[in-house]
Design a protein around this ligand. Structure first.
Ligand SMILES: Cc1ncc(COP(=O)(O)O)c(C=O)c1O
Length: 439
């Protein structure tokens, strides 16, 4: 523990405080779904590097591929000389994620950069300036990424933000239903979108609409399938590029390679990162060829994007996800988690909603069963208590009142049950002690 405290003190002195520190955990190693801290204590990881280690910590195939590639070639810059791992990864991405008759991909370093490039491509392809996004969205921390991101806490004082960005409420039926059935709610939200073309921004000015099929930082809310289909239709009618941000939801997390595959829609352009390369900095933009080829040579790319080691890691990650059939495993994990969460909800009035897609599962803690009364302090206390007992958890949502689970998909049944036991105990403990201090 002393070693941990010493490193945290060094961190406080040397690292800018704006880089978030969610807890006191200091890690030295990781394997599968377990982390080991500086004191040698094992922690079950339900945070999964915020969705980055779907294939587990240090997956053997990935580690071997990194070692092998590092001995051969670290860098040329892909603009300067072509190397095979970049091309092989793009071939893999366009084969797995066809976006139309012909699909192309490009590689960058982070989710935010993928989003920046997706919007740039949409603007260059359509000749239009505007972008529409949603409340509770998270698309990164670069200037445009932050502009598209909703939560004010990330943005306060960091403007002026990028122009020509418009926002509508995310179709979150739990939070914004106003007593409407799902069907009537979807009809109202699609009308709201078409009204926006009259009252907010003309459709012919919109280059793109960007949306997360299941919101990550927003709290694992899935847009209703009928809304997504309506969005697809409206984008087609208006010539608007539909960008689906799969940065957190992609690569088997939801039980499919892409979360949109659950809903029978295909984006024009999509963004990928996180579990693409098991933690090495790599992200991708995939899209219909006529859109992706609109930028002139030199308008896309960068020094490091798609470096050979990260590409080798991604190719080995994809092999690992395939060989271990981790999409199927995500379904099993998700069903187990949701069953446990639902049973907990029966016993615990603070658990207002339980939801998920595959192994992207969350529970929202609210007071009085009211989605507008977030139980933020209770979630903070659950997370603190769980870590003391060897379970790493993180929150989500504008009010940080949602517990989300992104456990590596290689988690064993034993680790999963042990983690769920701790989570359940902690929610019950905090609820039992539901004093005003935790409200
Ligand atoms: C949906 C989504 N888009 C974009 C990003 C930004 O990715 P990065 O942190 O790699 O820039 C994130 C990060 O959490 C995300 O969840």
């Amino acid at each position: 523990m002393e070693k941990n405290e010493e490193l945290l003190a060094r961190r406080d002195r040397a690292v800018a405080h704006g880089v978030a520190r969610l807890n006191d955990l200091v890690v030295e190693s990781g394997s599968g779904a377990a982390l080991v801290d500086a004191a040698g204590r094992e922690v079950i990881d339900f945070a999964g590097g915020i969705g980055t280690v779907n294939a587990g910590h240090c997956p053997p195939l990935v580690v071997a591929a990194i070692q092998e590639q590092a001995q051969k070639l670290l860098h040329t810059c892909f603009h300067v000389a072509t190397y095979e791992p970049y091309v092989a990864l793009c071939e893999e991405l366009v084969r797995r994620f066809p976006h139309g008759p012909e699909t192309r991909a490009m590689l960058v370093n982070s989710g935010a950069e993928a989003v920046e490039n997706a919007v740039k491509i949409a603007r260059l392809a359509t000749g239009r300036p505007a972008v529409l996004c949603f409340t509770e969205a998270f698309h990164g921390r670069t200037l445009l990424g932050l502009t598209l991101t909703s939560k004010v806490g990330y943005k306060k004082g960091a403007g002026p933000f990028a122009p020509e960005v418009y926002r509508l409420p995310y179709p979150n039926h739990y939070r914004y239903n106003d007593g409407l059935s799902l069907e009537r709610f979807v009809a109202r939200e699609l009308e709201r979108l078409e009204d926006a073309f009259v009252n907010t921004v003309p459709a012919e000015r919109l280059a793109a609409i960007i949306i997360e099929v299941i919101q990550g930082e927003g709290g694992f809310v899935t847009a209703p399938p009928a809304y997504l289909r309506g969005l697809r239709r409206i984008c087609d009618e208006q010539g608007i590029v539909l960008i689906l941000d799969e940065v957190q939801s992609g690569f088997c997390r939801t039980g499919r390679w892409a979360s949109y595959e659950h809903f029978g829609i295909t984006p024009d352009v999509s963004t990928w990162a996180k579990s693409l390369a098991s933690g090495l900095p790599l992200a991708a933009v995939v899209g219909r060829a006529h859109l992706m080829d609109a930028p002139a040579p030199g308008q896309l790319g960068g020094t490091y994007g798609g470096n050979p080691v990260a590409c080798a890691a991604a190719l080995a990650t994809i092999r690992t996800l395939d060989e271990l059939d981790l999409c199927a495993r995500a379904q099993v994990i998700g069903e187990r988690m949701l069953a446990r969460f639902r049973a907990l909800q029966e016993r615990c009035p603070l658990v207002g909603d339980v939801r998920g897609l595959g192994a992207m599962c969350a529970m929202e803690l609210v007071h009085d069963g009211n989605p507008h009364h977030p139980a933020t302090a209770a979630v903070k206390e659950v997370i603190r208590g769980a870590l003391q007992r060897g379970l790493l958890l993180i929150s989500a949502g504008s009010y940080s009142n949602i517990i989300r689970v992104l456990a590596p998909l290689v988690i064993t049944d034993g680790e999963l049950e042990r983690g769920l036991d701790i989570l359940e105990d902690e929610v019950l403990r905090v609820t039992g002690a539901s004093s005003p201090a935790l409200a």
